[in-house]
Design a protein around this ligand. Structure first.
Ligand SMILES: NC(=O)c1ccc[n+]([C@@H]2O[C@H](COP(=O)([O-])OP(=O)(O)OC[C@H]3O[C@@H](n4cnc5c(N)ncnc54)[C@H](OP(=O)(O)O)[C@@H]3O)[C@@H](O)[C@H]2O)c1
Length: 286
């Protein structure tokens, strides 16, 4: 039997519609229109596409957006200066610095400089600390999107075994904490994990966030499990995830497609986080 597809495209559309309604209500109430500024440094083609998509998504729901494009050679001091001016600008509610950054720029220093109240990526240490202590303010977009998708499809998490593959600060670590918060029993795997195959075969929930096609083979997938494929790997034949989708879908109960699974959820949660930042900064109840 073939798995049920966790439709990120459709779920993201529902979130966007909700954000649009909320933005309209804020405007009617005389509040400032939520505004996001994205900073892109250099000419990374993938970053160019991501930032353009985020800007378009903002426009569709009535969030104002601006992209600041800085040259590849931008110094840390110059970038921090841009962030300081955006932190001080009352018309800006969300600040996003697109990763990856050129090597002279230290992401952890940059992320810490963004005001935690305007940090719509949820990467500021204050926001990560709150997440880890179980009192989140802003949840990083991809992990937040995964949790919304699991909830939307009514997938129980309590007491279930989850394997998260990949331990980045952007995906693997925060999604592990969120699953733990829902009382799943989480194993966080990485490149040094021994017997990944065995860990995955035991798992009822698998989140693959590695960036390598076929990290999860069909043979590793447990029958009736839930497979969340975060990977985005551009091959000659198109975009694929980290999971062998055709084989995995024959064994799993639920699976995210690539594209159309986690990707659209990430963008939708950015809109959600920007809306909430605008509400918080204007003292409106979320
Ligand atoms: N769909 C979306 O919206 C979205 C959002 C963000 C990222 N992504 C995609 O998700 C993937 C992961 O992104 P990321 O930023 O988290 O990547 P990352 O920072 O490169 O981290 C990759 C992780 O995978 C682990 N890993 C590498 N090879 C492995 C192996 N053979 N077995 C087990 N673990 C292995 C690494 O382990 P070590 O720590 O030991 O090196 C690392 O923890 C990428 O394809 C990215 O494009 C998608």
């Amino acid at each position: 039997m073939s798995a049920i597809l966790l439709d990120g495209k459709k779920t993201a559309e529902e979130i966007r519609e909700w954000v649009q309604t909320e933005v309209s209500a804020m405007i009617r109430a005389g509040c400032r229109v939520p505004r996001l500024t994205a900073i892109r440094v250099g000419d990374d083609p993938a970053s160019e596409v991501y930032v353009r998509n985020k800007k378009n998504a903002c426009e569709q729901v009535g969030i104002e957006s601006e992209v600041r494009i800085l040259p590849e050679r931008t110094s840390q001091e110059e970038l921090l200066h841009h962030i300081d001016s955006l932190n001080a600008d009352e018309s800006v509610h969300g600040i996003l610095v697109q990763l990856p950054l050129p090597p002279q720029l230290k992401p952890e220093v940059i992320q810490e400089r963004v005001s935690p109240l305007k940090d719509v990526d949820g990467f500021h240490p204050d926001n990560l600390g709150r997440l880890f202590s179980g009192n989140p303010r802003v949840v990083p977009c991809t992990p937040a999107g995964i949790m919304v998708l699991l909830e939307k499809y009514g997938i129980p998490l309590e007491g279930r075994r989850a394997a998260v593959i990949g331990r980045s600060n952007i995906v693997g670590k925060p999604v592990s904490i969120l699953l733990l918060g829902k009382n799943a029993t989480v194993t966080l795997c990485h490149s040094k994990t021994r017997d990944l195959r065995e860990v995955v075969r035991e798992a009822e929930i698998v989140v693959a966030a590695v960036g390598k096609p076929n990290t999860v083979t069909g043979e590793m997938v447990r029958k009736d499990s839930v497979i969340i494929d975060v990977g985005m790997n551009r091959l000659e034949g198109g975009l694929v995830g980290d999971v062998d989708f055709p084989k995995a879908k024959e064994k799993a109960a639920y699976i995210t497609p690539v594209p159309g699974g986690v990707g659209p959820m990430t963008v939708a949660m950015l809109l959600h986080n920007t809306l909430n930042a605008a509400k918080r900064l204007q003292q409106i109840d979320p």
